[in-house]
Design a protein around this ligand. Structure first.
Ligand code: NAD
Length: 260
């Protein structure tokens, strides 16, 4: 039996990066996962990867499953439709988020608005849509993706990113506090820098890829970036009943960036 056997999980931004690693890790532990993203090609590639993994795995039937579904978290109608179609879940993993580069002086109204809508409003809407059925079903676990660049620590040129990820932590704690009596747990995850397609793209967009990579690695005392699978392991723990006494927390998982 897997650590998440019997649980249904809904995840956003599951097509690549930490989201993809996390839905695979949850399904490996027996969960029935509804993996959503706005990128259809990424979802197709996830489905193919999961089908291969299932065929090759010696665990066979003990594995859960991954069902993919398009969901644009910027669109309230898309959220409402998806949550209605999916029905009750015991785990919600809100992973969607974007990084905007720059200080407050670089952050125009458009950049501010998009970051707030994607990093925070989408999470508010997802939680609000999922909670009633989760409560009616006896409870569940909400895992929200923040970042160590938030209220934990400031990173240079991460003005609106840090502000919105701090908001994610506040939103998560508020939900944990309000619904603790109804079996709901809510926790935030605060990674340091993790290898992902969007990080790779950001480094490639700079004039000097190697220098950009060295600068990211230099922030990490372990002298390497994190791997999506390392964050996925924490998602599985927080989604599972192993973390039944844990709620309202921010989990720093940053290769020693802030505490060494
Ligand atoms: P990523 O940025 O490479 O991928 C993001 C995914 O989000 C993509 O599949 C994309 O299609 C999807 N997405 C974008 N807009 C969407 C929308 N409107 N609706 C639904 N899906 C949408 O992945 P990542 O770097 O692993 O980041 C995932 C999360 O982890 C983000 O919230 C990010 O802020 C957070 N995070 C990442 C790092 C890191 O270093 N990679 C560190 C800390 C926190």
């Amino acid at each position: 039996m897997g650590r998440l056997t019997g649980k249904r999980a809904l995840a956003t931004a599951a097509g690549q990066g930490i989201g993809r690693a996390s839905v695979i890790a949850m399904a490996r532990e027996g969960a029935e996962v509804i993996a959503t993203d706005v990128n259809d090609a990424a979802l197709e590639s996830l489905s193919e990867a999961w089908a291969r993994l299932r065929t090759e795995s010696p665990q066979g039937d003990a594995l859960g499953q991954i069902v993919t579904r398009r969901l644009d978290v910027l669109d309230l109608e898309s959220i409402t439709e998806a949550v209605q179609a999916v029905g009750a879940v015991q785990v919600l993993f809100n992973c969607a988020g974007i990084v905007a580069h720059g200080t407050i002086l670089d952050c125009d109204e458009e950049q501010w608005d998009l970051s707030v809508r994607l990093n925070m409003t989408a999470m508010y809407r997802m939680c609000r849509a999922v909670l009633p059925d989760m409560i009616a079903g006896g409870g569940g676990s909400i895992v929200n993706m923040a970042s160590v660049a938030s209220s934990v620590i400031a990173a240079p040129n991460r003005f609106v990113y840090g502000a919105t990820k701090a908001g994610v932590i506040g939103l998560t704690k508020a939900i944990a506090c309000d619904f603790i009596g109804q079996g709901i747990r809510a926790n935030a995850i605060c990674p340091g820098t993790v290898e992902s397609p969007s990080l790779e793209e950001r480094m490639r967009r700079t004039d000097d890829y190697e220098a950009a990579r060295r600068a990211f690695v230099a922030r990490q005392p372990m002298n390497r970036l994190g791997r999506p699978e390392e964050i996925a392991a924490l998602v599985v723990y927080l989604a599972s009943d192993e973390s039944s006494y844990t709620t309202g927390t921010e989990h720093v998982i940053d290769g020693g960036w802030t505490n060494t």
